[in-house]
Design a protein around this ligand. Structure first.
Ligand SMILES: [Zn+2]
Length: 137
């Protein structure tokens, strides 16, 4: 893959904006890393797939994260103040505050023509071979 072109938008990629996609698999399966460096652990093999990205796409994804967490916080506060007497109001506010920015971001992303990290060919071919996203523990 061309490391000089931003995978997401096709602009000029910059080295310090590279997104590193981490994938893992149980060591005992001994999966082929398809040319990527593998960190062999006792139980888990880990590979880091660099996805070339430009500065604009990196800052856009940071803004996305800020929007999602900001939406969550606003949702909780609004749920609490408006429907404070109902026990589940803050929870409903949090869910709405979380979902609204996510849905908005998906719509924006579709319209922009930018490609998702998971659509990067080495990432999906590794996933097809059995590599998975690390569990979040
Ligand atoms: Zn880009």
């Amino acid at each position: 893959m061309d490391q000089a072109v931003c995978w997401q938008c096709g602009g000029a990629a910059e080295g310090d904006c590279t997104f590193v996609k981490v994938l893992e698999a149980p060591t005992r399966r001994g999966l082929d890393a398809q040319g990527f460096d593998v960190k062999r652990g006792r139980f888990t093999d880990t590979i880091r797939v660099p996805v070339p990205r430009c500065r604009a796409c990196r800052s856009r994804s940071r803004i996305s994260m800020a929007l999602v967490f900001g939406g969550l916080a606003v949702g909780v506060v609004v749920g609490w103040t408006v429907f404070g007497r109902i026990a589940w109001a803050p929870v409903a506010g949090a869910v709405l505050g979380f979902l609204i920015p996510i849905v908005a971001l998906v719509v924006v992303q579709r319209g922009s023509g930018r490609r998702a990290i998971d659509a990067y060919p080495p990432v999906w071919s590794l996933k097809a071979a059995g590599w998975t996203e690390p569990s979040s523990d």
